[in-house]
Design a protein around this ligand. Structure first.
Ligand SMILES: *Cc1c(COP(=O)(O)O)cnc(C)c1O
Length: 373
């Protein structure tokens, strides 16, 4: 194996408890396991979360709904994303609860309802300001709620919304969105008192208790990444994923010798260099060339030169100093000894967010359970 993503399921379960502690009893937790659980492995993470006990699984697509259903036949699955025609049939076939915000779509779901084993549960989405998906007009939301509730084939399960700036504590837009949403929730519940309400992603869970409502939809926090892009340990969260490879080859270079494509790195004196078989083909991004640290034998060492598709070189320093052998472990994300590299650290180097670092790991990297199963 060239490289592996180790997924610490104990850390995942502890992060779930951190979220539970933040929302308290009586609020349902619906882990978001879309995009292969943010690159952590949907099956591994979903199975551990199902066992620990969660209310529902949230996914983005119809295929993900099918995959989530295979993890557990008991935990309901909610689709959050827009569904095109063929996807809608797949999603209904999977028994998932569906998002709606347009009358025409509600009609289509109803026409396909005979393919479901019972009434199809719908989550009616209000666009309180994200400006992406959902219906922005409260009056229309109310009319759709009535229409859904009146159908024998449909059930009005929830009304929901999504925040645009929950991760920026100084931005008051969350309060505006929440206020608008709470107005819609109250109006819907006047006629349909059993309707659930949900809004909170990870950032909202930790930022603002009044967003918790009936259900929360945490994703990134469960994987031990910080929704505010800082150090996850500030919130008591532990990184779940470690990205590990091995020293595949060692060489001693002389002053002036170069490494890799474009010769962007040259030895300034006698230097030992390790070649590690992981690259941008694995999702270890080329933008980290010449910037990222890696851990070898508990020491923090720099990547040397350009990251290629299948390999990255590591500058071990003067010959003999690092005491590294072929086959030694190289940590690209994760901890070793006193040192650690967070997804947040790589995100900063790449001018992106932690989410994209783990989502970007490719299918070539096997996900392996660490921690007790
Ligand atoms: C992805 C997603 C979430 C989870 O967001 P995190 O920031 O990862 O907690 C919640 N709700 C919706 C609608 C999403 O698309």
């Amino acid at each position: 194996m060239r490289a592996v993503a180790r997924v610490d399921l104990d850390a995942l379960r502890r992060n779930l408890e951190v979220v539970r502690g933040a929302v308290g009893d009586g609020v349902g937790i619906c882990p978001v396991i879309k995009a292969d659980a943010y690159g952590h492995g949907m099956w591994l993470c979903g199975s551990a979360l199902a066992e620990a006990g969660v209310d529902r699984f949230c996914v983005a697509t119809a295929d993900e709904a099918v995959a989530a259903r295979e993890i557990s036949s008991e935990i309901p699955v909610v689709v959050l994303g827009a569904l095109t025609g063929p996807e809608l049939e797949v999603a209904i076939g999977s028994g998932a609860e569906l998002p709606v915000w347009e009358e025409g779509f509600v009609d289509r779901v109803e026409r396909l309802a005979e393919r479901a084993s019972g009434p199809i549960k719908l989550h009616l989405k209000y666009d309180s300001g994200m400006g992406r998906l959902g219906c922005r007009d409260p009056e229309r939301i109310l009319r759709m709620a009535d229409r859904i509730a009146a159908s024998d084939d449909l059930e009005l399960e929830a009304v929901w919304t999504h925040f645009a700036t929950a991760d920026d504590r100084s931005d008051p837009f969350l309060d505006e969105q929440l206020e608008a949403f709470l107005g819609v929730v109250e109006a819907v519940r006047t006629e349909h008192p059993e309707t659930l309400a949900h809004a909170a992603n990870s950032a909202a869970v930790f930022r603002e208790a009044s967003t918790h409502l009936d259900l929360v939809r945490p994703g990134v926090a469960l994987y031990g990444m910080d929704p505010f892009g800082r150090d996850p340990s500030d919130l008591g969260l532990e990184p779940v994923l470690s990205l590990v490879s091995w020293v595949g080859s060692l060489r001693t270079l002389e002053k002036g010798d170069s490494v890799g494509y474009g010769r962007s790195w040259t030895a300034s004196g006698p230097t030992e260099v390790a070649t590690v078989p992981i690259g941008y083909g694995d999702g270890y991004r080329r933008g980290l060339s010449g910037k990222a640290p890696v851990l070898v034998g508990g020491r923090r060492l720099p990547v040397a030169g350009t990251i290629s598709m299948d390999n990255v070189a590591v500058d071990l320093g003067p010959p003999g100093e690092a005491e590294v052998d072929i086959g030694d472990e190289v940590v690209l994300i994760g901890g070793e000894g006193e040192e650690r590299i967070l997804a947040e650290d790589l995100a900063r180097l790449l001018d992106t967010i932690n989410y994209e670092v783990t989502c970007g790991l490719s299918a070539r990297v096997p996900r392996e359970a660490a921690g007790s199963r």
